[in-house]
Design a protein around this ligand. Structure first.
Ligand SMILES: Nc1ncnc2c1ncn2[C@@H]1O[C@H](COP(=O)(O)OP(=O)(O)OP(=O)(O)O)[C@@H](O)[C@H]1O
Length: 373
């Protein structure tokens, strides 16, 4: 299956506002791409355009050489002729059909012979581990099992492109975790190209091979999950990806307190234009004796929040409240004064765009980070 490409794609539902603006995006063959962003950023609209359920207002959508939409060329291929499988948040199973019959339904529509229908339905149900419940009815299954049946129904048709819109949002935390692992396994086993819409950054980080972060109808960054986490292209991505979020401290033009301390440190180590903002991830803010090269300040412990395997500490650093996340026990109580330090800062310019590190090959031109807002 060749790559899916969107070129100059825009969508307006009328009234002058654009749900998606001039989107250029390539989904490589076999990718598990997550479209990630806050509510209303245009993720679902993008997915529905790929599916053919919405027509773009401008641009082209193609799979390899096959053009599916071309506004300029007056071309539009309807959903049923695109050969893509769809699962939406509100999946619906037929209540009066057994699980097996539900999964066979799509194959029946495609006039697949009975024996083949049966074996393909069984194979799909085995893949999602619901084959033991094949002869039951949807009402006899848990929400998570029903969700898997909806997936099996799509997988039985064997589409080479799967389009999923928040398919895990109706599940409880434990099932979501289980289904993330299942989806990853299904992706690896089937070799299908997956486009997955979510507003949950953890879902995207854990499952995707590529993440496209959108905001306000525009692509903010396209990168592999850990690249995006390590080198967010701009302030929006930096704050959206990661939990607890990165602290971003504005430092210009006449900073005081923590901002002044950070600016002094970055200016002493760089010949470049000073940053307009400095970001520090909670796990990069360490407590204890700092190495000589690290930025450090005294911090007043305000609260210690143990969570079994991690410790979140609320600190007051000069004039600013910050969070440190530790994966080793923190022996401190409110009122203690500790040294906090870091060697990992993210610098942003006045437009909120990442300033690449001078001494790091990680921020090189080979970086997969494509876009900055
Ligand atoms: N059928 C429609 N008619 C008019 N406006 C729409 C329609 N569908 C979406 N929109 C608008 O387009 C914008 C993008 O919506 P979209 O559903 O694509 O965002 P989203 O990122 O998927 O959000 P959510 O996570 O809330 O589903 C929003 O401002 C939304 O109100």
């Amino acid at each position: 299956m060749p790559a899916i490409t969107l070129r100059g794609v825009a969508k307006s539902y009328g009234g002058g506002d654009y749900a998606v603006k001039n989107l250029d995006l390539t989904v490589p063959d076999g990718a598990f791409m997550c479209l990630l962003g806050p509510s209303g950023c245009g993720k679902t609209t993008t997915l529905r355009m790929i599916a053919g359920l919405e027509q773009p207002t401008a641009g082209t959508i193609a799979v390899g050489d096959r053009v599916l939409d071309s506004v300029e060329g007056g071309l539009y291929v309807p959903p049923e002729k695109r050969g893509m499988g769809l699962v939406f948040q509100n999946y619906a199973l037929w209540p009066h059909l057994s699980i097996r019959e539900n999964v066979e339904f799509g194959l029946r529509m495609r006039k697949v012979p009975a024996a083949e229908r049966r074996s393909r339905a069984e194979a799909a149900l085995r893949m999602v581990h619901v084959d033991a419940a094949m002869d039951r009815y949807p009402s006899q299954l848990s929400g998570g099992q029903q969700q898997r049946v909806a997936l099996a129904r799509m997988l039985a048709v064997n589409p080479s492109v799967l389009l999923l819109d928040e398919p895990l949002s109706n599940l409880d935390a434990r099932l979501r975790l289980e289904m993330r692992a299942e989806l990853k396994r299904i992706h690896e086993e089937s070799g299908a190209t997956i486009v997955f819409v979510t507003h949950d950054q953890l879902e995207a980080l854990t499952m995707a091979t590529d993440i496209a972060v959108m905001n306000d109808g525009e692509l903010q960054q396209l990168a592999a999950p850990m690249d995006m986490y390590a080198r967010p292209a701009n302030r929006f991505v930096a704050e959206f990806v990661g939990s607890p979020p990165m602290a971003i401290i504005d430092v210009g033009p006449s900073p005081t307190g923590l901002a002044a301390s950070l600016l002094r440190f970055t200016e002493a180590r760089s010949t470049r234009v000073p940053p307009a903002a400095v970001g520090i991830r909670p796990e990069a803010l360490r407590l204890g004796a700092p190495p000589a090269s690290a930025w450090h300040e005294e911090a007043l412990v305000e609260a210690v929040l143990p969570a079994g395997s991690s410790w979140t500490v609320r600190l007051r650093v000069l004039d600013t409240e910050m969070y440190a996340l530790s994966y080793t026990p923190v022996q401190a109580v409110p009122g203690d004064v500790l040294t906090c330090w870091t060697e990992e800062m993210h610098l942003f310019d006045a437009d909120g765009v990442r300033i690449p590190a001078e001494d790091s090959s990680a921020d090189s031109s080979e970086d997969r980070v494509e876009a900055g807002a």
